[in-house]
Structures are given as structure tokens and as C-alpha cells.
Design a protein around this ligand. Structure first.
Ligand code: ATP
Ligand code: MG
Length: 852
């Protein structure tokens, strides 16, 4: 049978075909009848991604590949175990002439039949027949269905190969005992209950790696030295101008590339495209991994695509699909390599720095925040970072990485949606048609304007009516469009025939304001004359927060040092949020100094001056520009003389006194090396302090004291004492213990106490058992308590009896009878169940256990 495609056509549960039997699955399952009773194949296999992945092994072992070819012979209810064994042996020893004394076999530990066949009919000495457990040598397709034991044929490559440990044996992870061929004897059907019933017509499925048998036949220790790979490695040598076989690192990279290029060629030839999910993602990962190793060989331009021809030359006569698709494969691969180059170039250098820093610091965990930042700024993918980290013997704190990712998603949700290229092009077209918007919002909050265009769902329309939501573009506007961290203005717009609310203002392009308008009444038309009015209360609050942000920035720099840089900022009417680079948390004193400094500047009522100048003059005058921000030739500088000067397009107070009041709400960490401060100003700050005071006053009244802190401390201390007291009362009361001891029964001279006392939590139950044990001195105790619909059980065995009775074992029996679970040590065990109705009888079973 010819090979089936790598991409399984009818099986969405399987990423890629990973064994020869996949295309015969329906025959083995009995869903379809095979037109022939026996067959053989050479199947393209891929073991990368998904459950069955060898990706991380490639380059590290001498025998694993992502893409490989599996030779197999199959019987569908025809020949069985004996023939399969004899066929395998005949091929390897008679035709391939492998030395018999180096061959070992493994069988499933319960499959004595196979062991006997190897011994009786093949004549392998018993010491070279190894019995292995189900993990290695029992095969099943799924939880139910056909399954059976396997038997592997293994070649001992000699003790100079592999780990060299004295206990190295068949089954060792190293390369010495090389598994060549796996014979699967499908002889059972596993039912839903897990029971095995013999199949009426057992079948055979076998698999032998072509790369492995080739290497062995050619006397090579690794598959990479066989003629399946050597021509590819030569091609890599040619392109990289490096020599294979001189140093370990170079060899390893060459091996990875020679492996991955085959997988890439075959996957692309089958029409798969690199993407960000599913199969396409596995392909992308393989390409990126190969690209990374190219870089390790000093190849900084796309070059993998140049190897496609070598794969085609080598394998094209067997797999015509790779010949037909050659050109397309090269093109796609080159594009993907280029894409990767640009996203990765800078990230790689930075990641290398992080690696060496982490290594020096003596830990083996790379902070997830840093990896995230790399991902965020350079598109450096996590899996690539993971691969590199693994090679360097380090781990990544992936939990932290995903936490950062979530934060980022939140942020993205809140920000402008129009980044999408397609959307941006709509605006670019529009601005060239109707021209820029004149922004007059620095001087005034009102205007008379003309509607120049209306967009709805990305399409131009002429008019819009009541309740509709549209984007409106004006000739001039007082509305500030969201940018530089400052949110957009809101307000209203009225025309002769309509009334509308502006719910949001954005700036999809420089000097191009888009007003998100909801029509309240009437009809709005293009060319209407309109009156615009910004919601001045919100705008003033926003200005207070923006000017305060500049004061805060400067105050932070003067308290913490000039190394500090702005890393992000949000200015809304409600509050301000400022992210900045700094390596440690601020202590109370620093926070207070910053807060005081800002308030001092507010009280000084300094003028806020804005001026427009060319960027050179601005920077020379010492104005702070934000790193990574794009500025035009002329810029606007916002300055509070003697304190701060920044490039900024935002709207500001005329003097600092307008801010009124500044209160820091919180200081926290957003990512490693980045802190975040949130603060309130003006009315919000006043309201916040007022509410806080109101709450404090209420507490004082409630506690009837002027010193509430002391009072609460005392109360908390009391509560802790009470809690301890209660526990003692619940579990240590003389009554409870004597009650329990009354229940003591003596069986075979051993005292057994079995009590149920509901309402205790597991910890209290343990204390109760301990207390009983102390009084009992010698015996077995089983106590149980039901609370919240669950029963907890504790069993204790006193020391003198622990050789005879095992608390853990007793618990296993009891909890099982009770329909729950449990276990533990010889002297103490715990368990529980939700099936309360079974509890009493289960507890009683302790008597049986002891008397037997
Ligand atoms: P190993 O333990 O070496 O990973 P396996 O038990 O996973 O092998 P099987 O699933 O039984 O292997 O596959 C059958 C045969 O296919 C193996 O005996 C081996 O010759 C070959 N093979 C399996 N995985 C790979 C691989 N990643 N690269 C090359 N050949 C392989
Ligand atoms: Mg394997």
C-alpha cells in the first residue's frame, strides 16, 4: 500500500499520521472490511505537536525525528503472533544479515506466549528476552476497542554508545539499545468496563523506522550519519561554510535543520500553511526552530528554502508530491523565514542577555514577565523561548507569562480597535478626500462646524436617523481625540434637524478626528452645519489629571532618579495611571515625598505654558520626549517653569492651582521592572478623602473609641484566643472523650474505639482522635464526623500495634466501603466520603478487620 498523506483526512482528533497503522484503523476496528487480508507499507509519519511528539528529542538523541518513514507489515485477521515474529526475524537476520547475538527482544510481561515463541522457534537465549510493563509494551488505540501486547526487536550497539551507566539495559532512554521494530499483537477487545475479551480474528500491526534500520545497516551509530541524511547535511555544510563532525553544537544544529527541513517540505507539499493554530502552528514552530538553529550557524538571511531542492532530489522519486510542489514550497518557506527574521532579530539578542543574566544569578527559572515583554515588543514567541531555555538547561515561569498576557488582553480590549490594516486604509482614503480635521480644542470647548463625512460600519453613508450610531468627521472640532494616553472627549452635537451625543472621540490618523455619535432625535446629513460642545466637567477633570501626570513624572524622577522613564500612561476624567521603569517597589517614605512634592507645586500655582517649536529646539531645551513615540517635525512642549517640560499633545490646566489636590491611590508592579501608580485629583481626590474619613468616623462610633486602631488590634487578639478555646472545647472536652471511650470494644484483646461525632472539621476530628488515643494508650481508633454534607474519617493505631495493623490499610477498606477514598501511614490515616448513608456500616467494618 502506498503511504497515506501526513495530514489525516477524516480524523480531526489526530494532528498528523504518526504510524503505519493509521490508514488501516477502520479495518482493525471492524468498521470496514479490508479488501485484502495482509499488506505492507512505507508510511510518512510526523511526531511533532500533540500527544505523540518527539520534537524536543530531535538533535538531542541519535535516533529521533519529527518526520520519518515507518515500514510495516499488517495482518487483518490473517497470520498472527508466531508468523509475525518469524517474519521479523527472517528479514533482519537472513536478508539484512544483522548479527543475531546483538539482537534483543522485549515482550509484554504477561505475554508468556510471545516469550516462548522467541525462545522455542527463534532460539533467542532467555537472557536476551526482556519482559516490560504495560507502559512500554501494551498497545491500545483508545480506552476501548482492539488492543494487545507488543514485542520489540532491539539492537545492542555496544557499551561505548549511550549513557555508559552500569545498569544500562533494554528500555534505557539512551541510544545504546536501539529499538528497531515494534510488533503489535492485536488480540483483545477492551470493553467499557475495562475487561479484555479475546478477538475472534486477532491482527498484526508492525512498525520499523527506515532511518534507524538504514543507519544500522550502514554501520552508523546515528540516523543522521546514514545516507538518508548525509546529503542534506552536506547541503547545509555547503551553505553555511561549516564542517560537520568538528564540534558538538554545530553538529546538533545541523542535525536539527536536516530533520526539520524534511518535515517542512512534506507538510508544505501537502498544502498546509504556517499559521497560529492547530496543524499550521506545528509547522510554524518547526520552521522557527529550524531558523533559530540557522542563526546558531551564523546564517542571518533566509536559507532553509535553499535546502528544499536537496530534499526533493533525495526523496522525490518516491514522493512525487514534493517534486510537484517544489516551487511553491520554496516560496512559502522563504516568506515565512523572512517574517521570522524581522520579528526575531532584536528579540534574540535581548533574550540571550536575559539568559546569561539568569544563569549568573544561580537560579534556573527565567522570569515570565521578561519573556512576555520580549513577546510583546518583538513578537518573540514563547515556544521558541522555551526551546532555547531548554537547550540552556533553564525553565521559564510560564504562569507569570500568561498572567502578563491576560493583563495585556485587558488593555487591548480597552484601546482603539482600528489598528487593523484594512480599517486604517478606509481612513487614509477618507482623509485624502475630505482633508484633515482642524483641532481647536486647546483654546475652546465649543465650535460651529460642518459634517464632512459619515461612516457606518466602515462604509460611507449620506444620512443617519434617530438611534443610529455613526462616525462623524468635521472640518474642525473642539473634541480631543484619544491619544498620548489621554482619553477622547465626550459631549453633544446639534444641527438644525437633529440632536446627538458624542460618546467617544478617536484619532485613527494624525490630525483626523472621528466622532462616535449617537443620534437622539431627528436626522443627520452630510454637509449639515452643527454646534459642538465638549462636556466641560469631564474635560476639566481630565486636564487636571494630565497636568498632574507631568508633575508626578517629574516628582518621581527627582525622588527616585533620572533613570526612570515613562512606560505607559492613562489620563481619564476619573483618575490617572502612570507606569514607569523602576526596579523596586517604592517605600512609604518615597511615596509620601512624591505626593507632597506634587501638592507643593499645586499650591505654588505655577503657570502651565505650551508652545510649538521644531523638535530639535525642543529636545535641546531639555524637554522630555517619550522613547518609541513618533513625533513630527514641529512639536508641542508643555512646561511648568522650573519643574517639568515634556513633549505632549494633550490638554492641560492653565496653572497648577486648578488641580486643587493630588492623592496617590496605589503603587504596584505591572511587569518586572515596571511600576504603576494611580492617583486622583480635584473633586475625585476630595471625594475620596471625604469617603475615607466618613468610614473612619463610622468605625469610631461603632467601637465607641477615638483610637480605633488600638481597639481593633485588641479585638483581633481576642478572637484568636477564642478560636483556640472553641477548638479545645469541641474536641477536648472530658465528656466527649469519655463518651467515646465508653464505646470501646475489646476484640482479640485489642481495644477498638469507633465513634461518629458530627459537626467537626477534619482538623478538629484529628485532634479528637489524638485526645482519645492519649487516653486509650493502646488500641485502634476510628472516628468520623459529618459536616457540610461530607464525612471525614480518621483512623489511628497506637505505636505498639502498628506492626500488626496498618491505619492506612484500614482506612482504605473503610473509605472504599463508604464509597469514598482515603489512606495514610501505619499509625495515622485520613479519608472521607460524600455518601453519608454508607458511613455507619463502613465504620462498623473496623470490628471485622480487627477480629479477622
Ligand atoms: P522510541 O521509544 O525509540 O521513541 P517508540 O516506542 O516511540 O520508539 P513506536 O511508536 O513503537 O516507537 O514506533 C515504531 C518504530 O518507529 C520504532 O521502533 C522506531 O523504529 C520508529 N520510530 C518511532 N519514533 C521515531 C522517531 N521519532 N524517529 C524515527 N523513528 C521512529
Ligand atoms: Mg517514541
Amino acid at each position: 500500500m502506498p503511504s497515506a498523506p501526513l495530514i489525516p483526512s477524516h480524523d480531526p482528533t489526530l494532528l498528523f499520521v504518526n504510524a503505519g497503522m493509521v490508514q488501516f484503523k477502520t479495518y482493525f476496528l471492524g468498521q470496514e472490511k479490508s479488501p485484502y487480508s495482509r499488506t505492507a507499507s512505507c508510511q510518512k509519519c510526523l511526531r511533532a505537536g500533540g500527544k505523540h511528539s518527539d520534537l524536543d528529542n530531535v538533535g538531542h538523541t541519535a535516533r529521533h525525528h519529527t518526520f520519518f518513514e515507518m515500514l510495516g507489515n499488517f495482518s487483518f485477521g490473517d497470520y498472527f503472533k508466531k508468523e509475525a515474529i518469524l517474519f521479523g526475524w527472517e528479514l533482519l537476520t537472513k536478508w539484512f544479515k544483522l548479527p543475531q547475538e546483538k539482537l534483543w527482544v522485549s515482550v509484554y510481561e504477561e505475554d508468556s506466549e510471545a516469550a516462548r515463541l522467541w525462545f522455542d522457534f527463534v532460539g533467542i537465549p532467555e537472557e536476551r528476552i526482556v519482559r516490560l510493563g504495560a507502559r512500554d509494551n501494551f498497545w491500545q488505540m483508545a480506552d476501548t476497542g482492539p488492543c494487545g501486547p507488543c514485542s520489540e526487536i532491539i539492537i545492542d550497539q555496544g557499551n561505548e554508545i549511550g549513557c555508559g551507566k552500569p545498569d544500562c539495559a533494554v528500555g534505557c532512554e539512551c541510544d545504546r539499545f536501539l529499538e528497531l521494530w515494534n510488533l503489535v499483537f492485536m488480540q483483545y477487545n477492551r470493553g467499557a468496563s475495562g475487561a479484555l475479551t479475546p478477538l475472534p480474528r486477532p491482527s498484526i500491526d508492525t512498525g520499523m523506522g527506515l532511518e534507524r534500520i538504514s543507519a544500522v545497516l550502514q554501520g552508523k551509530i546515528t540516523t543522521f550519519d546514514s545516507d538518508v541524511f548525509r546529503p542534506l547535511i552536506s547541503a547545509i555544510e555547503f551553505h553555511t561554510k561549516r564542517t560537520y563532525g568538528r564540534d558538538k553544537e554545530t553538529d546538533s544544529s545541523m542535525r536539527v535543520i536536516s530533520d526539520h527541513i524534511r518535515a517542512i517540505v512534506f507538510l508544505l507539499s501537502e498544502g498546509l500553511m504556517p499559521s497560529n493554530e492547530g496543524r499550521g502552528y506545528v509547522l510554524r514552530r518547526i520552521i522557527r526552530r529550524a531558523s533559530r538553529h540557522s542563526r546558531l550557524l551564523n546564517m542571518h538571511e533566509p536559507f532553509l528554502y535553499a535546502l528544499v531542492g536537496s530534499v526533493v532530489d533525495l526523496m522525490g522519486d518516491v514522493y512525487p508530491e514534493i517534486v510537484e510542489e517544489r516551487e511553491r514550497t520554496e516560496k512559502l518557506l522563504k516568506i515565512e523565514e523572512q517574517r521570522f527574521e524581522t520579528t526575531i532579530e532584536s528579540g534574540m539578542t535581548i533574550f540571550d542577555e536575559i539568559l546569561s543574566r539568569v544563569k549568573k544569578s544561580g537560579t534556573d527559572v527565567i522570569p515570565g514577565e521578561e519573556v512576555f515583554r520580549l513577546y510583546d515588543t518583538y513578537g518573540f514567541p514563547l515556544d521558541l523561548a522555551r526551546d532555547i531555555a531548554m537547550d540552556a538547561g533553564l525553565k521559564i515561569d510560564e504562569e507569570a507569562f500568561h498572567r502578563e498576557m491576560e493583563v495585556q488582553r485587558e488593555r487591548a480590549r480597552a484601546s482603539w480597535v482600528g489598528e487593523d490594516e484594512a480599517v486604517a486604509s478606509i481612513y487614509r482614503e477618507l482623509i485624502s478626500e475630505i482633508g484633515e480635521t482642524e483641532f481647536i480644542g486647546y483654546e475652546t470647548l465649543e465650535s460651529e462646524s460642518i459634517i464632512k463625512a459619515v461612516l457606518k460600519d466602515g462604509k460611507l453613508i449620506k444620512e443617519a436617523s434617530e438611534e443610529e450610531e455613526v462616525e462623524v468627521f468635521l472640518d474642525r472640532t473642539p473634541f480631543y481625540g484619544e491619544s498620548g494616553g489621554q482619553v477622547g472627549d465626550r459631549g453633544d452635537m446639534t444641527g438644525e434637524r437633529f440632536r446627538a451625543t458624542i460618546v467617544e472621540t478617536k484619532k485613527p490618523l494624525d490630525s483626523f478626528h472621528s466622532h462616535f455619535v449617537k443620534i437622539k432625535k431627528g436626522k443627520l446629513r452630510v454637509w449639515d452645519k452643527v454646534k459642538c460642545r465638549v462636556d466641560s466637567e469631564k474635560r476639566m477633570a481630565t486636564m487636571r489629571n494630565h497636568t498632574s501626570t507631568h508633575l508626578l513624572h517629574s516628582a518621581l524622577r527627582s525622588v527616585l532618579g533620572d533613570h526612570l522613564k515613562q512606560a505607559g500612561s492613562l489620563v481619564s476624567p476619573e483618575k490617572l495611571r502612570f507606569d514607569f521603569t523602576h526596579f523596586s517597589a517604592l517605600n512609604e517614605e518615597e511615596t509620601e515625598t512624591v505626593e507632597r512634592l506634587v501638592n507643593e507645586k499645586i499650591l505654588e500655582n505655577l503657570p502651565v505654558a505650551t508652545s510649538v517649536m521644531d523638535i530639535k529646539t525642543a529636545v535641546e531645551s531639555g524637554a522630555i520626549a517619550l522613547f518609541g513615540e513618533k513625533y513630527g517635525k514641529t512639536v508641542r512642549v508643555v512646561k511648568v517653569p522650573g519643574f517639568t517640560s515634556e513633549l505632549c499633545g494633550g490638554t492641560h490646566c492653565k496653572a497648577t492651582g486648578e488641580i486643587g489636590l493630588f492623592v496617590i491611590l496605589s503603587e504596584s508592579s505591572v511587569a518586572s521592572g515596571i511600576r504603576r501608580m494611580e492617583a486622583l485629583t480635584g473633586n475625585s481626590a476630595f471625594r475620596y478623602l471625604k469617603e475615607t474619613k466618613f468610614e473612619l468616623d463610622s468605625i469610631k462610633t461603632m467601637l465607641k473609641t477615638e483610637t480605633p486602631v488600638e481597639r481593633v488590634e485588641r479585638l483581633l487578639k481576642n478572637i484568636r484566643t477564642f478560636e483556640k478555646e472553641i477548638q479545645k472545647l469541641k474536641t477536648g472536652s472530658k465528656d466527649l472523650i469519655s463518651e467515646a471511650l465508653k464505646e470501646t470494644r475489646e476484640l482479640k484483646g485489642i481495644k477498638v474505639v469507633r465513634v461518629r461525632h458530627d459537626g467537626l472539621n477534619p482538623e478538629e476530628l484529628r485532634t479528637l482522635a489524638d485526645n482519645i488515643k492519649d487516653r486509650l494508650q493502646s488500641g485502634i481508633i476510628v472516628v468520623s464526623s459529618v459536616s457540610d454534607g461530607k464525612a471525614a474519617i480518621v483512623c489511628m493505631v497506637t505505636k505498639d500495634l502498628k506492626d500488626k495493623y496498618h491505619a492506612g490499610e484500614i482506612m482504605k477498606r473503610i473509605s472504599k466501603l463508604a464509597g469514598g477514598s482515603g489512606g495514610g501511614k501505619p499509625e495515622m490515616a485520613q479519608g472521607g466520603t460524600k455518601e453519608i448513608e454508607k458511613l455507619e456500616e463502613a465504620l462498623d467494618s473496623v470490628y471485622d478487620i480487627v477480629s479477622k
